[in-house]
Design a protein around this ligand. Structure first.
Ligand code: PA5
Length: 447
């Protein structure tokens, strides 16, 4: 009864994995001895044990206060500053949680802003919440990222108009760097409640810090159990022997498959509530490995939905991909297929069975079909979908990603490529200091 990793459909031979041991050992040493590229950003490895306990209590208190005085929490952040929280909240909440009356739910409704620059999206959210009691949690390590900074300016203004400057202060929670950046300065000036994004945690490895924990706790999810799962994962995935460590097996096999021409990895699940977990996973691997002309392109699919769209290209398209399937053994809820006297749809052969049983047959059938189509399948199974296994799975993927990046020979903890679009956008918007680039870009756009 634990998270398991099954590579019996990976289309590799056992000796290939064994031959990765030296590389696994080297990557393990780089990560654990903190001597690899980007080692300043490996604080997440021990974080489920070393986190600031006093701050954790403040996070819980803030979540309780939000639940008492607000119906909605607007979480403002982008990339690693929002994806983890959204992944956990959507995975562990009712599928239609926003429509559930507050009296019947454990926490507040959490909406996300500052993760795009769409005026329509922002206007819709502003219209939706202005009649409701709400708080905001702005999350930005640098404190200067454009998307959340714009959204924060607008929501702060709305809060101040609604509750006055003093009232608004009680409803603004800031998660940012301990010392640096515009948001930290603002906290000091205004006295907002604030939490720290520790130095050793890059955005995409920060979900188990206040970055993820405040929104997750405000949504009514048990963060103690989430951390329990992560702590057990620290222990379970620390053996450098690839034969004994499922997390390292996953990292090694991704690299084996990549060297055999598999350029695309598809994260697959059969539960729609995992859609944002897939987004978090895509950022984790994409930003960590996609550099220096290397990296597996992380894609995702939700089955059986996408078997009716992407299924064709996975089965019969270019032979350059593999799938990583997350399967939940015992889903929390189920529905039985009723018997129909008429049987006009011909479905009585499955009457009395449940949706989850049919889903499982879809999973097994798809697995074999895709393997027959030369698509290796890696399977991660969890006994059930709860806080504990969510915490464990988060750590499993984070550690696999760090190890996998080191095997690939990249720095898994930086993201230099993210800057290129930002510079161009600043220049085109006329940010002071970008005048020369602005005229060059305007010339190019005219063509
Ligand atoms: O993983 C990362 O480091 C990035 O995705 C950042 O989280 C993202 O760019 C947001 O940055 P910031 O928290 O500084 O606003």
């Amino acid at each position: 009864n634990n998270l398991t990793f099954n590579y019996s459909h990976a289309l590799i031979q056992e000796h290939e994995l064994e031959e990765m041991q030296a590389q696994i050992q080297a990557a393990h040493n780089l990560l654990h001895q903190k001597i690899g590229a980007g080692s300043d950003f490996t604080g997440w490895v021990e974080y489920p044990h070393t986190y600031d306990k006093e701050e954790y209590i403040r996070v819980q208190k803030a979540a309780e206060k939000i639940k008492k005085d607000s119906e909605v929490l607007v979480v403002i952040g982008i990339g690693g500053s929002y994806l983890g929280a959204r992944a956990v909240i959507e995975s562990l909440s009712h599928s239609f949680s926003h429509l559930i009356p507050q009296k019947n739910r454990q926490g507040v409704s959490v909406f996300f802003a500052g993760n795009n620059i769409s005026g329509s999206y922002l206007k819709d959210l502003l219209d939706l919440i202005q009649e409701k009691d709400f708080s905001i949690n702005v999350i930005s390590k640098s404190g200067t990222t454009t998307e959340p900074a714009i959204a924060f300016r607008i929501f702060k203004d709305l809060l101040e108009k609604k509750y006055g400057k003093e009232g608004a202060k009680e409803r603004i929670y800031v998660t940012t760097d301990k010392e640096k950046g515009a948001l930290r300065k603002l906290c000091e000036k205004e006295g907002y409640e604030s939490f720290v994004i520790p130095n050793g945690l890059g955005g995409r490895y920060s979900v188990l810090s206040a970055v993820g924990l405040l929104p997750i706790a405000a949504a009514g999810i048990d963060t103690d159990k989430l951390l329990d799962g992560a702590r057990d994962a620290v222990k379970e995935y620390q053996d450098a022997d690839v034969k004994k460590n499922p997390c390292y097996q996953y990292a090694a096999i991704r690299n084996i498959l990549n060297r055999k021409g598999k350029e695309l990895e598809i994260f697959v699940s059969y539960e729609p509530c995992f859609n944002y977990f897939a987004e978090w996973w895509k950022q984790l691997f994409g930003e960590s490995e996609g550099k220096d002309g290397k990296g597996i392109f992380p894609a995702s699919a939700s089955f059986s939905t996408d078997l009716h769209s992407l299924g064709q290209i996975i089965q019969d398209g270019k032979n350059n991909k593999f799938e990583t399937v997350v399967w939940v053994k015992e889903p929390n809820k189920d529905v039985e297929i009723i018997h129909d006297k008429e049987n006009s749809d011909g479905l009585n052969f499955i009457s009395g069975k449940t949706l989850n049983y049919v889903n499982k047959m879809a999973f097994q059938g798809t697995l074999l079909a895709h393997v027959d189509g030369n698509v290796p399948n890696l399977i991660i199974e969890i006994p059930k979908l709860d806080e504990y296994y969510m915490g464990k799975m988060i750590y499993f993927f984070e550690k696999a990603c760090g190890i996998s990046g080191y095997i690939l020979g990249v720095n898994p903890f930086n993201q230099p490529g993210v800057e290129a679009y930002k510079k161009n956008m600043y220049a085109l918007l006329g940010k002071p200091g970008f005048e020369e680039l602005q005229s060059q870009l305007k010339e190019r756009i005219k063509k």
